[in-house]
Design a protein around this ligand. Structure first.
Ligand SMILES: [Zn+2]
Length: 414
């Protein structure tokens, strides 16, 4: 995820986290959603299986605009409360008898009385696009509520859909099924897409022209051919679905569902970097996105993108790029990338600029063969915390370089 500017922008923070590796779902969501694309009114009914027999209560967050909240099932009681920009539904579960307990949760309303500030989420005549930061589905307040899902979306017309799961067309909507644990259900539906099939991926274009499509296909193909041999030995890149939106900002991904901005004006080099970054999240995604450790998800995906640029466009392009990164953070008042005991998630510039620069310096220090082994181990082990990363680095490069890198992560400026 690269360019979200929204104030909330949770999509950016969870982009890395459809974690097949973290993996264990704690919920299964069965849902039905009816959306009136003319008025923006939505009506949702969920049956949520709580898979953890020890859970005593659950707090779900939904958008404050949603009303008529009804809760049923294996529930001892519930209350709703304001929680920051959200509406919290705090549910006490009936005592466990060992079998799976089920929460029934229904609500409706105009989901977005005001247009959301990040341009992503929409219930509109041209498209329905929803992800976690629309808070249209109940989100576990810990943001660690991995779920599998089976959702039917009815928009009253035979629209097509692309999602972070399989999509089955229905007469007036789609059924989305996701058997792999994810932090949300994310999808785009539209009356139609222009579809381009390529080897390993499919483009779903919402724009009015094909401008840039051939270059996009070329760049994405390059990324598949670059990344898979390096990191795909045990888990190759899945068949990807790219949605090309009309907007100029806000791209994000969920595993094989990758949304792009209008790429017609994007140069080949940033396009390649961007696509490889997004695809590298297939492996670089296991760290807790809501903490300091999110630097792992973003900095490693981003540096994989930068190294892909080096492979495709040469050394000079790479060096120029890394120097631009360095210039961007010089003189900024930024926290260190990571120090022992740190918890708080870092700002964009740290995760997307300081981290890649530190990785570049590490490569210069330990040399390319050992650095590529370090990258490979990070991507495939998988490694989800900085202490584990440092242990692995010691394994690859030795104690001295480990200590150097730990000190480098603690610096506040390059
Ligand atoms: Zn990213």
């Amino acid at each position: 995820m690269k360019t979200i500017m929204g104030a909330l922008a949770l999509t950016s923070v969870i982009s890395a986290n459809a974690a097949a590796q973290l993996g264990e779902p704690i919920y299964h969501y069965e849902g039905r959603m009816a959306a009136d694309v003319e008025t923006g009114f939505v009506d949702l009914d969920w049956r949520i299986s709580v898979l953890d027999p020890d859970a005593e209560s659950v707090t779900f967050l939904i958008a404050p605009s949603l009303q008529n909240i009804e809760v049923g099932g294996d529930v001892a009681g519930f209350e709703t409360a304001e929680q920051g920009p959200f509406q919290a539904v705090v549910i006490a579960l009936e005592p466990s008898t060992g079998s799976t307990r089920t929460i029934e949760l229904g609500y409706d309303g105009i989901l977005f009385p005001e247009p959301p500030n990040n341009e992503i989420n929409a219930v509109a005549p041209d498209r329905v696009e929803l992800s976690v930061d629309g808070f249209w589905l109940p989100i576990d307040a810990t943001f660690q509520g991995y779920l599998t899902a089976d959702l039917t979306v009815d928009v009253g017309a035979p629209w097509r859909g692309v999602a972070n799961g399989t999509v089955e067309p229905l007469p007036t909507g789609v059924r989305i099924r996701n058997d792999e644990a994810s932090l949300d259900i994310a999808f785009t539906m539209a009356p139609d897409f222009r579809v381009t099939e390529a080897d390993g991926f499919t483009l779903y274009d919402l724009r009015d022209s094909d401008a840039g499509t051939d270059r996009l296909v070329e760049a994405a193909s390059f990324c598949f051919n670059y990344l898979d041999p390096l990191y795909g030995e045990t888990s190759p890149l899945p068949e990807a679905h790219f949605v090309i939106h009309r907007r100029s900002e806000s791209a994000y991904n969920r595993r094989s569902y990758i949304t792009l901005t209008d790429i017609s004006d994007t140069e080949d080099e940033p396009l390649t970097q961007f696509l490889c970054h997004e695809l590298a999240h297939h492996w670089s995604m296991g760290a807790n996105f809501n903490t300091v450790e999110n630097w792992l998800n973003e900095s490693f995906a981003d540096q994989a993108g930068n190294m892909a640029v080096r492979d495709r466009f040469g050394e000079d392009a790479f060096i120029e790029r890394m120097n631009r990164y360095r210039a961007r953070i010089e003189g900024q008042d930024l926290p260190p990338i990571w120090v022992p005991g740190a918890t708080e998630r870092r700002p964009y510039l740290v995760n997307y600029r300081s981290g890649p620069v530190a990785l570049w310096e590490l490569e210069v220090r330990i040399g390319r063969p050992r650095f590529s082994e370090f990258m490979r181990r990070y991507m495939t082990d998988p490694i989800n915390t900085t202490p584990d990363l440092l242990d692995m680095l010691e394994d690859v490069a030795g104690r001295e370089d480990r200590d150097w890198f730990e000190a480098r992560l603690a610096q506040t400026a390059p």
